[in-house]
Design a protein around this ligand. Sequence first.
Ligand code: ATP
Ligand code: MG
Length: 579
Amino acid sequence: MDAPRDFIREIIVEDLRSGRFDRVHTRFPPEPNAYLHIGHAQAILLNYGIAQEFGGKFNLRFDDTNPEKESAAYVEAIKRDVRWLGADWEDREFYASDYFEQLYRWAEDLIRKGKAYVCDLSPEELSRQRGQLIRDGDRVITPPGMESPYRNRSVEENLDLFRRMRAGEFPEGSRTLRAKIDMAHPNINMRDPVLYRIVYAHHHRTGDAWCIYPTYDWAHGQSDSIERITHSICTLEFENHRPLYDWFLDQLGVHHPRQIEFARLNLTYTVTSKRLLLRLVEEGHVRGWDDPRMPTIAGIRRRGYTPEAIADFARRIGVSKAESIREIELLEHCVREDLNRRAPRRMAVLEPLRVVLTNYPEGKVEWFDAVNNPEDPAAGTRKVPFSRVLYIEREDYMDAPPPGFFRLAPGREVRLRYAYFIRCERAVRDEGGNLLELHCTYDPATRGGNAPDGRKVKATLHWVSAAHAVEGEVRLYDRLFKVPDPLDVPKGEDWITNVNPNSLVVLTGCKLEPSLGNVQPGERFQFERKGYFCVDPDTKPGAPVFNRTVTLRDPWAKAQIKARGAGMRYESPNSDRNA
Ligand code: ATP
Ligand code: MG
C-alpha cells in the first residue's frame, strides 16, 4: 500500500489495530442542491481512495433533507460527476429520504426517553434564545442560552404534538422538534438543537408524503449509522457538530461511526462554495454549471481536464486540519503533465495570417509526416498537406521586431514545422495600411526542416495549408476572477465585483489541419505552441469547437525549480522555445 500517510489514515489504522472497527466503510454524502465542485472532488477521491486502500466499501448517499432546494436533475448531475472521477459506488446508492420513517421512529424514541420536545418558538426567537458567541479579543464567550417555555412538556403531550406535526395539522414554521440537552452548553450546537421543522414542500423522491423534514444534524449521523459506515469524513465546519453527532448515536444506542474532519479545499482565482457558484450561474456571469471557467467538475470536464489529473492534484495537496488556499497553478500543472503524456499534437492557427510562397508551384501539394506525440512513439505519425498558400499565426510576424523576437519579419528566415525554411520578402497591405498577407519564398533544399549547408534559424512556426484547412471556433479562457482571493473584499462590497469581465475570448475562423475536421466532443489535443484543447459538445459536423484547457507555459513548475535553487534553466517539455 503506497498510500499517503495523512492524519485520517493514521486514525483508521489505529481504529483497526485497537479493534474499534474491523473493516472500513466510507461514504460521500452530497446534498443534491447544486453541481459538485473541485472541493467535492477531493472529498470523493479521499473517501473512495480510503475504501479501496483498506479493502473496504464506499457509499454514495444523497443527503436530501431540504426539498425546497433539491432536485432529481442535481442527483443525475452528481452521479455523472462521481462516476467520471472514477469513484465506483457499485450498487451502494442511498438516499437519506429513504430513512425518513426510521428517523421519525427514532425521534419518537427520544421523546419517550424525555430527550426531545415540541417547541412553539418562532425560528427567530429560537435562535435568539440559543444565544451566540461573543468575541472579546482572542477570547470567545458564550453566555448561557434561555430555556424554551415549552421545554418541560410531558412525554404524552410531545408525542401527540409531534404526530400531529407529521399529520399536517400545523402551519409551516410554527413548531419544531428539539433535542433536550443543555441550554448552557459552551457549544451552541448542543443547546437543544432542532431535529424537525414543518415544511410544506414537494420532495423529489418522497413527494408529498412528509411535511416535517429532519435537519442535517438529525439525519446525517443516523444515516451513517444505518449504512454501517465506520469513518464519516467531513469538512472542518462540522467539528463543532461532532459532540451532537456522538450524543444522538449514544442516546439511540446504535452503530456508532467515527466522524473525522479535514480542511476544505480552497483554490485561488475561484470560489468553491455551492451557494456562490449558484449565484454565478443564476446571474449569468457564466454560461451555466458546466461552463469551462467554472470550478465545477462538469466545467472542468468540459474544459478538458482528465480525472487522472484531478486525482494527481488531490494526491499532491493531501489533507490537513489547517484551512488554506491552494494555487490554481498546481492544478494546471497536473493537467499539463497528464496531457503532455497523452494528447496527440496537431497544428492549428488561431488568428490566421495568409502566407503566399511565391516560388512554390501553383496546385502542388506535398504531404509531410508529422509526429503525433514526441512523448509516446507508439502514437505514430500523420500526414499534413503543404501547398503554396498557408496560414501562420498573426502574432508570429512583426514589421519591426524588437530584440528577442525571432519569428518572421521582413527579410527574416524561419522554419515551418516538418516542412521548409521560408523567408519573408514583403508584407502586402490594403489602402488603410492593414496587413493582408505575406509574400515569402521557400528553400527547396531545406525539405524536412533542415538546411544542408548547416545554416540555422531561431524560430519554428506552426502552419496550416489554406486549401486544406478546416474552419473552427476556439474558446480561450482566462481566470474567472481578477484576484487570487475573490471573497476578500472591503466590508460592504460585493465579491461579485471581482469577476473577471474578460475571462472568455471566442475566436472564429481559426484554421485547423484537416485531421481536426472529424473530431468527437471530449477529444483532447495539443495544438503545437498554443496549448491543450478539448472538443466542446457545441461541435457540429464540419464545424468543430474547441476549448483551451490550459496554455503550455507552466509557471508552477518554473517556480518549483527556482525554489529549489537549481542553477539550471527551466525547460518544460511543453514550452515554446521559439521566443
Ligand atoms: P457549500 O459548498 O454550500 O458549503 P457543501 O459543499 O458542504 O455546501 P455538500 O453537498 O454537503 O455541500 O458536500 C458534500 C461533501 O463534500 C461534504 O462531506 C463536504 O464536507 C465535502 N466538501 C464540500 N466542500 C468541500 C471542499 N471545498 N473541500 C473538500 N470537501 C468538501
Ligand atoms: Mg454541506
